[in-house]
Design a protein around this ligand. Structure first.
Ligand SMILES: Nc1ncnc2c1ncn2[C@@H]1O[C@H](COP(=O)(O)OP(=O)(O)OP(=O)(O)O)[C@@H](O)[C@H]1O
Ligand SMILES: O=C(O)[C@H](O)[C@@H](O)[C@H](O)[C@H](O)CO
Length: 245
């Protein structure tokens, strides 16, 4: 297990598998509003460690030697899983569903309408950081994960990930919407442990990213999902371009 201050190595390798960034760009330009771009059916094939082998076509090349962690963040119901699956499929990257890494006790608490504490979240955050690094160290050019990361200090825990690796770039994709939108989505979502009554507690402790958190891309998600996904992907691709320059 990596500890809080472990050195991160990338095996000195360029990513061996190309990603389909060109395909993602083509899809954006041919479908500006992305209305013909359905949420990829990932067949829910999560293996226990949360990795999904997605079926996106690999048509392009990511800049060799650069690695990215794309962390989709925000309160319950903002659309983290939906957007993250879309990004992972579009970029042909592994996907980690953060909720699957909560210990049973955390899920029981949330199911019973009891908000988690900092202590409840700490090991979960480090586990997600380590799991992301495991994917990068295994030779993936990047990884997409979901994690509410509601407070600045939670994001800072994840920010340790690229500390020793100049070629590893961490980005947060912060999804935001008014409480009534989140409430509606959580209420209407079937078969999920999180009761709608928990939405308020999430917003109560939420520390929205500040301007000084320059690794954050923000997306207003109080809009149709096709627009949200298109904007998220566009911002990701633009960010990759900046890293390459
Ligand atoms: N932009 C959108 N417009 C309409 N419905 C949406 C939108 N984004 C997500 N949804 C729906 O809202 C619900 C919550 O989305 P999702 O599960 O992706 O959120 P989440 O942030 O991962 O939630 P949680 O952290 O609670 O698991 C789902 O039923 C999803 O289909
Ligand atoms: O930090 C937290 O309180 C949790 O991560 C929650 O955000 C849930 O996991 C998620 O929203 C499920 O609905």
């Amino acid at each position: 297990m990596l500890s809080y201050d472990s050195t991160v190595t990338l095996n000195g390798q360029s990513p061996s598998s190309p990603t389909n960034i060109s395909a993602a760009r083509a899809s954006l330009s041919s479908s500006p509003k992305a209305t013909r771009q359905p949420v990829p059916a990932l067949s829910n094939g999560n293996v226990p460690n949360g990795v999904v082998a997605n079926g996106a076509q690999a048509n392009g090349q990511q800049a060799p030697g650069e690695h990215h962690i794309w962390l989709v963040t925000g309160p319950a119901g903002c659309g983290k899983s939906t957007v993250a699956k879309y990004l992972a499929a579009s970029l042909n990257l592994p996907y980690i569903e953060g909720d699957e890494y909560h210990p049973k006790a955390n899920v029981e608490k949330m199911s019973n309408g009891i908000p988690l504490t900092d202590a409840d979240r700490w090991d979960w955050l480090t586990a997600l950081r380590e799991e992301s690094l495991r994917h990068i160290n295994a030779g993936n050019s990047g990884v997409v994960l979901t994690c509410s990361a509601l407070k600045r200090k939670y994001r800072d825990v994840i920010r340790v990930a690229p500390y020793f690796s100049p070629n590893l770039h961490l980005h947060f994709i912060y999804l935001h919407a008014p409480e009534e939108v989140l409430l509606r989505r959580v209420s209407q979502r079937p078969n999920h442990f999180m009761p709608a009554s928990m939405v308020h507690s999430q917003l109560d402790i939420l520390e929205p990213p500040t301007v000084e958190e320059t690794d954050v891309l923000s997306v207003d998600v109080a809009r149709p999902i096709d627009e949200v996904m298109a904007e998220a992907l566009d911002k990701v691709l633009q960010t990759m371009d900046k890293v390459r320059q």
